[in-house]
Write a protein that binds this ligand. Structure first.
Ligand SMILES: NC(=O)NCCC(=O)O
Ligand SMILES: [Zn+2]
Ligand SMILES: [Zn+2]
Length: 486
């Protein structure tokens, strides 16, 4: 007989409902939801919300990037996730130029054996050729990956061109996969970087100046139009500006299936960080796209409430101060990336729910349920339903702390949210029924995390290819064709 647990006395909060009920767990899954349940062990949820654990669909753990590796790996990264109420991460497998997708995937499989919570991978398309075209089929049909990432920026490194992106998007359409896009115009960024450096702007603020919202708006629109021509939905990662949001909003109003993912950093931190007198302070916040001003932040919050943006992620890609200092004298060499895994849920609750910008149900939607549906893993993940994985967070809306690098799980020596006071934290975090966090203490179990395979998409891709076929160009059959004029 398997031991059972009951989460007792809380309010279950899902993306569409809030109600009082106990939740019983056995064998890593939810087996019963209702009043007065009993089990071998009881977790007290009095005064708390019982919610699906967070899913962060955008992390870079131990990522090889800009001549170094991001400093959080699957050990510290997934500990940080659990400490903040996130129970699943999706990382990016990045083939180097010419490398097969399957070989890259093997490398990421090896890194992920340390994971404390469940995880999955997106596959990046970093170059194009027949081998990539062929590998994509195996990645989708045999490896359980249904998303492919494309970088329109990082010229000379990860960037792909429009023809490559169009070819890959068409392949995604055939295979029932979803393309993801980092949307910034890489050519314009590279030109602006050189211009700024030539003019003597070599500090971290040059990073923000070289990536204005327009480079993001233009690329977002281009990616969406290319996806529409390829007949495939598209997911825009780290949507940071009104220009990018506007392109997504407009596309959705025109019936295009485009999704947008703001980050907790862009929602809560602004571009004044780049003008700080302390070089380290500003460099630690260098990421792409850069932080924006309040007007853009308001747009992102509005998009989450209105449903034109669907997901809040972190793009967790943490570099130490020493690593950031590679860019002293040349901002283009500062490794791009910031942390956020431990802080996404408490920061979003504090600045979203506690301010009235989001309801608790909307909070669940944008931190868990929407992305579970987009990635085709719902209701295994992102749900409180009988049969779903017991990836749960018992959320105490009265629990408070001040964020500090001194007490974080992340391996780096600072935190971009340092000093922020949050109210709303996990009392318990459960990963497939295992209590991994209790009142701030992380109960480690390296290797507990399992890979979550994701089936190819059926409904959305079929609907789009049906529509493409119905509206495809048709040759006009004519009866009276005049003789050629020549
Ligand atoms: N975002 C960022 O600056 N670093 C991570 C890589 C990426 O997502 O572009
Ligand atoms: Zn990116
Ligand atoms: Zn990223």
């Amino acid at each position: 007989m398997m031991a059972s647990k009951v989460i007792k006395g809380g309010t279950v909060v899902t993306a569409d409902l809030s109600y009082e009920a106990d939740v019983k767990i056995e064998g890593g899954r939810i087996v019963e939801i209702g009043p007065n349940l009993s089990g071998d062990e009881t977790l007290d949820a009095t005064g708390c919300y019982v919610m699906p654990g967070g899913i962060d669909p955008h992390t870079h753990l131990e990522m090889p990037f800009m001549g170094t590796f991001s400093s959080d790996n699957f050990d510290s990264g997934t500990r940080a996730a659990l400490a903040g109420g996130t129970t699943m991460v999706v990382d990016f497998a990045l083939p180097s130029p010419g490398q097969s997708l399957l070989e890259a995937l093997q490398m990421w499989d090896n890194k992920s054996t340390m994971a404390h919570c469940d995880y999955s991978f997106h596959m990046a398309i970093t170059w194009w050729g027949e081998q990539v075209f062929n590998d994509m089929q195996e990645v989708v049909q045999k490896k359980g990956i249904n998303t492919f990432k494309h970088f329109m920026a990082y010229k000379g490194a990860l960037m792909v061109n429009d023809d490559e992106m169009f070819a890959s998007f068409q392949r995604c359409a055939e295979l029932g996969a979803l393309p993801l896009v980092h949307a910034e115009n890489g050519d314009v960024v590279a030109t602006l970087q050189q211009k700024l450096l030539a003019e003597g702007h070599n500090g971290p603020e040059g990073h923000a100046h070289s990536r204005p919202p327009e480079v993001e708006g233009e690329a977002t629109n281009r990616a969406i139009m290319i996806a529409d021509m390829a007949g495939v939905p598209v997911y825009i990662v780290h949507t940071s500006s009104e220009q990018a949001h506007e392109a997504i909003r407009r596309a959705r109003q025109n019936g295009i299936r485009a999704y947008g993912e703001p980050l907790i950093q862009h929602l809560t931190l602004d571009d004044s960080e780049y003008f700080h007198h302390d070089w380290d302070h500003s460099a630690r916040r260098v990421m792409s796209p850069p932080f924006r001003d309040k007007k853009h932040q308001d747009s992102l919050w509005a998009g989450l409430a209105a449903g034109s943006l669907q997901v809040v992620a972190t793009d967790h890609c943490a570099f130490t101060t020493d690593q950031k200092r590679t860019g002293v004298g040349d901002f283009t060499k500062i490794p791009n990336g910031t942390g956020g895994l431990e802080d996404r849920m408490p920061m979003l609750w504090t600045y979203g729910v506690n301010t009235g910008r989001l309801t608790p149900n909307e909070f669940v939607a944008v931190t868990s349920t929407n992305i579970a549906k987009i990635l085709n893993i719902y209701p295994k993940k992102g749900a409180i339903l009988v049969g779903a994985d017991a990836d749960l967070v018992v959320w105490d809306p009265a629990k408070e702390k001040t964020i500090s690098a001194n007490s974080q799980q992340s391996a780096i020596d600072y935190n971009v949210f340092e000093g922020k006071h949050v109210k709303g934290l996990p009392r318990y975090t459960l990963t497939r029924g295992r209590v991994a966090v209790e009142d701030g203490a992380v109960n480690h179990q390296q290797g507990h995390g399992e890979f979550v395979a994701r089936e190819p998409f059926q409904a959305v891709n079929t609907a789009l290819s049906t529509w493409k076929e119905v509206t495809a160009p048709r040759k006009v059959e004519r009866t009276g064709i005049p003789a050629s004029g020549v």
